[in-house]
Design a protein around this ligand. Structure first.
Ligand SMILES: Nc1ncnc2c1ncn2[C@@H]1O[C@H](COP(=O)(O)OP(=O)(O)OP(=O)(O)O)[C@@H](O)[C@H]1O
Ligand SMILES: Nc1ncnc2c1ncn2[C@@H]1O[C@H](COP(=O)(O)OP(=O)(O)OP(=O)(O)O)[C@@H](O)[C@H]1O
Ligand SMILES: [Mg+2]
Ligand SMILES: [Mg+2]
Lengths: 266, 266
């Protein structure tokens, strides 16, 4: 069955896109076909998966504007078999005023996911998409609300730095608001600690605070700060391909295994 | 005369708040009284300047909602004489729908700045505010538009990492849009390269690309990646007070000197 995860946190620069790209790659490499939906007008996930701006013929803007189905927007990445991406273009930034009058504007992506699920049923079991990861922009706007309304659960990257702690309460409140108004079964799938720098006490102080706040929801896998992870997108590759032996690559492989295992036991 | 700078970039986590806090501190230390206006609902700048949530009696939400003047919201920081902050609270996140019907909603902060300028004229020259730095959230929403409509110019932090490059064109387009529709004299004051990590070629590749795009506008001062800078806010202090000998502290002092010098020559 298809599992939809919104990768969200309104704090900027915490590793949402990096997690969507590299977790997606690791899931696909583990045989779980994965679609990354890029919902950030900056299009970082699309670029990081090797889709240049001039090859984004059908985009998530078209999907949300009701002009195309997700099946038409998604392309298989050239690098990773079983990894697909629905790319973003800059006009996504102008969507909010365009749909502000539509009463069901928070459900446009959910409706697109419903039709994707239906068309996936027609495919042989082994070729079906198993995971959808939605990369969200750093704000709690109509794009992030669409993602949360369309998802089974939220995967929350939290950077191991002080300012990242401040936004956690606001994020939790937003998820509760969405659960009450748009999507009654939405929950937090898990919290992944990112950019953990073992040279500083701050990283462990923040990690302990996050574990205190989210408890069991925090994945055992912690993503270390690793400069190779930041270099990979400038080569248009996920870290698993750019430097498969790096600590960053191994951590995302571990995270994928942990998520697959949690799903099996759920 | 009062100079108003919006510290803005819709890419998340590039150092907007860190720059507002530490440049503000360095300007105040150089004798230029400075007000940091926190326009991010996360309130990171307020926390980083030592104002806990329960001491934010009048906030930028109250100012934008027309319930208070900036003069009432601003408090002098206990740590740095001549450094003031107008703190943010979480209800700022709910402002956009509340003011969406008001025709002049993009000018609420500008009007508040006009009244601040007037009241500053009544104070003795030496006690007047010389700089206002507006810390923006990571999106191009009504809060950032208010900041740009209220500002003389924009100070753009750009992180020396690959994804930070992608948003630059969009930011430039937004500034041109604001100049055409809301604030005809708005320009880019300068671009500051942040979190420059000398261990990786990527940092210099990105820096060269940014200098190629913005030319003279890029400040000579580059802020290095320095873990002490990330530690400082967990102690509620700017880096200049937390570790004045650190490379991060020295860089922000240099940046302040460069900005004061550019202003003198302008
Ligand atoms: N584990 C890591 N080690 C080192 N650098 C990292 C790591 N994870 C992410 N980065 C880098 O940190 C920066 C921020 O990450 P990323 O862009 O993925 O965050 P984001 O939350 O998607 O940002 P935004 O809020 O703008 O969407 C990027 O330059 C990225 O390459
Ligand atoms: N020069 C630096 N060296 C090391 N860490 C830094 C530096 N500048 C900022 N940081 C850290 O990087 C993270 C992002 O910085 P900051 O929060 O200031 O960015 P921002 O652009 O304000 O983010 P947002 O988009 O969420 O508002 C913070 O944890 C901060 O402490
Ligand atoms: Mg991102
Ligand atoms: Mg900030």
């Amino acid at each position: 069955d298809l599992r939809v995860l919104a990768v969200a946190n309104q704090k900027g620069g915490v590793g949402k896109t990096t997690t969507a790209i590299n977790l997606g790659t690791a899931l696909a490499a583990a045989g779980q076909r994965t679609l990354v939906v890029d919902l950030d007008p900056q299009g970082n996930a699309s670029t990081g998966l090797g889709i240049p701006e001039d090859q984004r013929h059908v985009s998530t803007y078209d999907v949300l504007a009701g002009a195309a189905a997700l099946e038409q927007a998604m392309v298989e990445t050239a690098m990773v078999p079983g990894l697909y991406v629905a790319p973003a273009t800059r006009d996504l930034a102008g969507l909010e005023p365009e749909i502000s009058a539509a009463p069901n504007r928070a459900y446009f992506l959910r409706d697109a996911i419903v039709s994707l699920r239906a068309s996936e049923q027609d495919r042989p079991e082994k070729e079906r998409i198993r995971y959808v990861l939605i990369d969200c922009p750093p704000s709690l706007n109509i794009l992030t609300l669409n993602a949360m309304a369309a998802s089974d659960s939220v995967l929350v990257p939290v950077q191991c730095e002080f300012f990242a702690l401040e936004g956690i309460t606001q994020l939790k409140e937003t998820i509760e608001f969405v659960r009450a108004s748009l999507n009654p079964t939405l929950e937090i799938h898990g919290v992944v600690l990112t950019m953990h720098d073992s040279r500083t006490k701050l990283a462990d102080e923040v990690s302990n605070e996050v574990r205190g706040f989210f408890g069991e929801k925090v994945y055992a896998t912690v993503i270390p700060r690793n400069v190779r992870v930041a270099e990979a997108p400038s080569h248009g590759k996920p870290i698993l391909l750019y430097d498969s032996k790096s600590p960053g690559s191994r951590a995302y492989i571990d995270l994928a295994a942990e998520i697959i295992d949690r799903e099996r036991r759920a």
